[in-house]
Design a protein around this ligand. Structure first.
Ligand code: ADP
Ligand code: MG
Length: 691
């Protein structure tokens, strides 16, 4: 049988061109891709729960008889349907409903519904449940297996994706999906067969341990995470090996530029900045390419360190490229470097995707002729961009860039013969214990000291029932001339819903705070629109910015001193920390209000408690690791620290030592398995081997 890795999704029933295109957008091109597209979580629709046994926060199927349906006028008009099953009573609440719907929910109707149970005004409630009327004599059967919930993309429903995965599963067999873990290793590390794990995760039986699955500690998840981490480890070792063979321009220690730069700067570098700058200066003087990661908390001053590195290359007569993941950030860096370098007589060039026509041609020409300092977005990676003497590439917020993009850069070195040195900066701290595995191909430096005079952000936890007070707080802050962010977090797995929520929050806040100038920014807006809104906020023309987590990375508006984060329990701590880093950048005392939706789980409370207690990203990362978040935590996978499909470095940290041993064994005894594994797990996998 053909391997599923080479069977396109179009062989499946109901998948035409249009559907294939939608699937491709989320990386689903082959049947193997579908099988590795795993559910994010599961619903238990295998049993009907007696109302009397329901707990708040539970997702459950209930069945009961309607005892009444009334339209209630509260803060918002709603339809409340009372349901009884002999063990207790429950209310179903609808904010959107039609008259026909209301009329159909007559007294005496037997309903089966599914939804999340929450405490409400009238006892336990389910908001907008899925429901259907059932007849008493022949009730429909319940589900036999747990119901998987997959990550979605636009135009694709859960139903549809489930069908596609089921069709692919039917074709799963030992020759269609080869297991590249040798039996001996599987035995040593107690790993189940690949096909069993895949089957289990798409169709867990009714008695599966939902909690274990939510925590990511199920044997089936371990099996796949292990293989993925193993592959990652192997690819990094290859990368490192090939890197050792490359040459780079050796840049002598600079004599004049750094001193002149520091003289103009207006502050002293911190001890940590000096130490890290010295580590970099040493690397740059070597004839082999530096590949160094700076981990530094938000606001630690990574840009100064980057500038010092740049000056070493510039003084030696080479070019430097600085790249940021978004146009907003890149533009910010462009202005900073202009301010710093132009007084030293160094030209700074700019290139981004939105630069078009003549301006673009001019920029490309300047870069090809040797413009010394070039700042831009990933547009700098593109084939048409030619550098004449690129010796150093600086990449900010590296977790947003893939390895492939870093590799593309390497090919832009001097005469295609010498590789540029690479300096990579990230504000997402990961515990030291993990750094070795996460970045096995990089040397790391840690900026573990903040510049003096920062006032730590004061963080408070507030239940969302106190929303009105929180809004007043925003009003007061803005009345004092400060600015504020209001952040809406991810809803379900849908970017679309999240953007809609941000839009309606924007409408509500605009109405409640009529005197304020309120802006909105979210992922569905065009890059130019986003840049425009950011520019207005930066210029102080907007006082309150309603945003989704798109503002997370690197944005610097020192006058913003208040941040409200709605439903912070939906985010990983690393991401919360990133977000919070947008405030506390100026002189005024800053505040962050974490407005959660009660009830919080025990771990949820502990996790948010950590945010209240500390502003130190490394401490947060360590604690996050200790707590190993439950389902409500999205983990590092979603924050993009590293692009894993199944594994989560924090969650799966305890697998790492075995993974390292297994990688050695595989390389030594089964080298033929290495490249099929890379092919399976890494997109453009073959690139890893041939840098
Ligand atoms: P990040 O590490 O988050 O990228 P930045 O480089 O943007 O941080 O620096 C944050 C702010 O701190 C900037 O306004 C920068 O000028 C300032 N800064 C950096 N280093 C120092 C220092 N040693 N003393 C005082 N301010 C500093
Ligand atoms: Mg930065």
């Amino acid at each position: 049988m053909t391997e599923l890795a080479s069977v396109p999704v179009t062989v499946l029933k109901g998948v035409g061109e249009a559907m294939a295109e939608k699937l491709a957008r989320v990386g689903l091109e082959t049947l193997q891709d579908l099988l590795f597209h795993l559910p994010l979580r599961y619903q238990d629709r295998t049993r009907i729960v007696p109302i009397g046994q329901l707990r708040p926060g539970q997702d459950a199927v209930v069945e009961g008889t309607v005892s009444g349906a009334d339209v209630v006028m509260g803060r918002r008009r709603s339809l409340v349907v009372r349901l009884n099953d002999g063990s207790g009573a429950l209310s179903l609440r609808f904010y959107h409903f039609s008259n026909a719907q209301k009329d159909a929910l007559k007294r005496g109707t037997l309903l089966r519904c599914y939804g999340e149970v929450r405490p409400g005004a009238s006892g336990l409630e389910i908001y907008h449940p899925e429901y259907r009327a059932v007849s008493g004599d022949e009730p429909p059967p319940v589900e036999q297996t747990l119901t998987p919930i997959y990550p979605l993309t636009e135009g694709l429903t859960q139903q549809r994706l489930r069908q596609l995965c089921q069709q692919s599963l039917a074709l799963l067999g030992p020759s269609s999906l080869p297991d590249w873990l040798p039996d001996e290793l599987a035995r040593d590390y107690r790993l189940a067969p690949l096909a069993d794990a895949i089957r289990y995760l798409h169709n867990p039986p009714a008695d599966a341990d939902l909690e274990e699955l939510a925590l990511g500690h199920h044997w089936a998840q371990h099996r796949l995470a292990f293989e993925e981490l193993l592959t990652h480890q192997l690819s990094q070792q290859k990368l490192r090996e090939s890197l050792r063979a490359l040459r780079a321009p050796a840049l002598p220690r600079p004599r004049t530029l750094p001193a002149r730069y520091l003289g103009n700067l207006g502050f002293q570098p911190t001890g940590a900045q000096q130490r890290v700058a010295a580590e970099i200066a040493y690397d740059l003087a070597q004839p082999s390419p530096m590949l160094r990661l700076i981990q530094g908390d938000v606001g630690a001053g990574k840009t100064v360190v980057a500038a010092l590195a740049a000056l070493q290359a510039l003084e030696a007569g080479y070019q430097v490229a600085l790249m940021a993941p978004t146009e907003i950030l890149a533009e910010q860096h462009f202005m900073t470097f202009q301010r710093w370098l132009e007084p030293l007589g160094i030209e700074v060039a700019w290139l981004a995707g939105k630069l078009k026509g003549k301006a673009r041609a001019t920029a490309l020409e300047r870069i090809a002729q040797g413009a010394p300092m070039v700042v831009g977005t990933h547009a700098l990676f593109q084939g048409e961009v030619r550098f004449s003497r690129l010796a150093l590439a600086i990449i900010d917020e590296q977790h947003r860039f893939g390895v492939q993009q870093r590799l593309a850069l390497r090919q832009k070195g001097v005469e295609g013969r010498l590789s540029p040195h690479q300096l990579i900066m990230t504000a997402t701290p990961i515990p030291r214990t993990l750094a070795m595995s996460a970045y096995a191909d990089l040397d790391t430096s840690i900026l573990d000291e903040l510049p003096p005079g920062r006032t730590p952000v004061n963080t408070v936890l507030v239940a969302d029932s106190r929303r009105v007070e929180v809004i007043e707080r925003v009003r007061a802050a803005c009345a004092e001339g400060r600015q504020a962010y209001w952040v809406c977090t991810l809803i379900e797995e849908s970017e679309e819903l999240t953007c809609q929520a941000a839009q309606s929050t924007f409408d509500d806040l605009g109405a409640a705070l009529g005197e304020l100038r309120v802006g909105l920014i979210h992922g569905r807006m065009k890059a130019t629109e986003k840049a425009e809104v950011m520019a207005q906020f930066k210029a102080g023309e907007l006082q309150l910015l309603v945003a989704t987590t798109v503002i997370e990375v690197g944005v610097d508006v020192p006058n913003a001193s208040l941040m409200i984060i709605e439903n912070p329990e939906r985010l990983g701590l690393a991401q919360l920390h990133q977000l919070r880093g947008r405030v506390g950048r100026g002189r005024a005392a800053s505040h962050c209000v974490l407005m959660y939706h009660p009830p919080l789980s025990q771990i949820g409370r502990e996790r948010l408690g950590i945010m209240r207690e500390t502003n130190d990203g490394f401490v947060i990362a360590e604690k996050d690791l200790e707590l190993r978040g439950p389902g409500e935590m999205l983990g590092t996978r979603q924050t993009g620290l590293l692009q894993f499909k199944v594994a989560d470095l924090m969650r799966d940290a305890d697998l790492l030592p075995s993974v390292r041993d297994a990688a050695q064994a595989l390389l030594a005894r089964w080298p033929g398995h290495v490249s099929p594994l890379m092919h399976r797990w890494l997109r453009h996998g073959q690139q890893y081997g041939q840098v």
